[in-house]
Ligand binder design. Structure first.
Ligand SMILES: Nc1ncnc2c1ncn2[C@@H]1O[C@H](COP(=O)(O)OP(=O)(O)O)[C@@H](O)[C@H]1O
Ligand SMILES: [Mg+2]
Length: 340
């Protein structure tokens, strides 16, 4: 049967709730893919087929013939679009990422020698320097879907419920190769020695640790935090790779500015070094905002104003803003020590 007919058969079987027929059809699709040497897809189908027991045990029920996986409500699924080459990364970070990607890409070679690839990464560092973007680009480079955990759907105030939801979420995640992303990971992986902890937090962290240990290596876990000091020590140890994305230094920022200025194909009247030193953004995110603003003005000007003039105006606006801030900082600071 042609692959397209098999897919239609699979959909029919799923809708009508005929599990046996869905399984046979999915196996036929996997066999077809394997014959075409699409081993990764074939393996994914086979692995997905191997998991229904887990789903039926926890967090799933049947409704109108479909299997509804409750774990999905705590997850936002997205197809990643950001290549790693679009990010400015320290050399050692890029090398670590490349090694990690190679381990995942060539996991079969490692497994043939009884070794598992690493699959748990912790990204730390101040906001706006690429933690979320790097998580997305890891998914992109591995051609895997990006599952972002939605805390609003996982964390509840009901005793025991959060831990249970976490378990369901991991049960769902295990069903296919993916990148599971916990942003603001400290929200959930907090230090257990915290004075204000409740039994509930302890239970959540314990569940989290067990799930981290249980996660198969074809599921990549990326966690990001601006507050690594809040992480439980045991949680910290679970991560095989820890990368710090720091604020860029002047050289990196100059490189970023040079790259972005080239996109305009027009004279700015500034060297990249000079422009970055006047704008002096604290993070890549701030620098990106500056260029987005320039781009907006440039597009709306429709050739009536030169790029050089637009840049000049923006630099002027920036220096007025800086003067005002400095004026506030030195003259208008409230005398109340609580504000100092
Ligand atoms: N290292 C980087 N290279 C290029 N752009 C970056 C980098 N870091 C951040 N950005 C840009 O800044 C924005 C915010 O980055 P993000 O990944 O959300 O930072 P974080 O998660 O660390 O707060 C993104 O839109 C991204 O394009
Ligand atoms: Mg982020």
């Amino acid at each position: 049967m042609a692959q397209s007919d098999l897919i239609v058969e699979l959909v029919k079987a799923s809708v009508s709730g005929d599990q046996e027929s869905a399984r046979v059809t999915a196996e036929a699709i996997a066999a077809n893919e394997r014959a075409k040497k699409h081993t990764i897809v074939a393996d994914r189908i086979t692995r997905a087929l191997a998991t229904p027991q887990k789903n039926s045990r926890v967090g799933s029920h049947r409704s109108g013939g479909f299997r509804v996986q409750e774990g999905t409500s705590g997850i936002q699924r997205r197809n990643p679009e950001r290549p790693m080459s679009s990010l400015f990364l320290d050399k050692h970070i890029r090398t670590a990422c490349q090694e990690f990607l190679e381990e995942q890409d060539r996991a079969d070679v490692l497994r043939a020698h009884g070794i598992e690839p690493r699959h748990r990464i912790l990204l730390v560092g101040p906001p706006g320097n690429g933690k979320t973007s790097l998580a997305e680009s890891i998914a992109f480079e591995l051609a895997l879907p990006l599952f972002t955990v939605r805390y609003d759907a996982v964390v509840t105030s009901y005793l025991g419920e959060t831990a249970q939801r976490l378990r369901r979420l991991f049960d769902f995640v295990r069903t296919e190769p993916c990148v599971l992303f916990f942003d603001e990971f400290d929200a959930i992986g907090k230090e257990r020695g915290d004075l204000h902890e409740t039994g509930e937090i302890k239970r959540v962290v314990t569940t989290l640790l067990l799930q981290l240990d249980d996660l198969p290596s074809y599921c990549v876990l990326v966690a990001a935090t601006n507050h690594p000091e809040l992480l439980d020590r045991a949680t910290w140890r679970r991560f095989e790779i820890k990368l710090e994305l720091r604020h860029p230094d002047d050289n990196q920022m100059t490189e970023y500015f040079a790259h972005r200025l080239r996109e305009f194909n027009d004279k700015s009247g500034y060297t990249a070094k000079r422009l970055q030193s006047v704008i002096s953004p604290k993070s890549f995110s701030e620098a990106e905002d500056f260029f987005l603003d320039l781009h907006r003005r440039y597009v709306l000007a429709q050739g009536n104003v030169t790029f050089r003039t637009i840049v000049k105006e923006r630099v002027k606006a920036k220096s007025i803003q800086t003067d005002q801030q400095e004026g506030y900082n030195t003259n208008d600071r409230p005398s109340d020590p609580a504000f100092s």
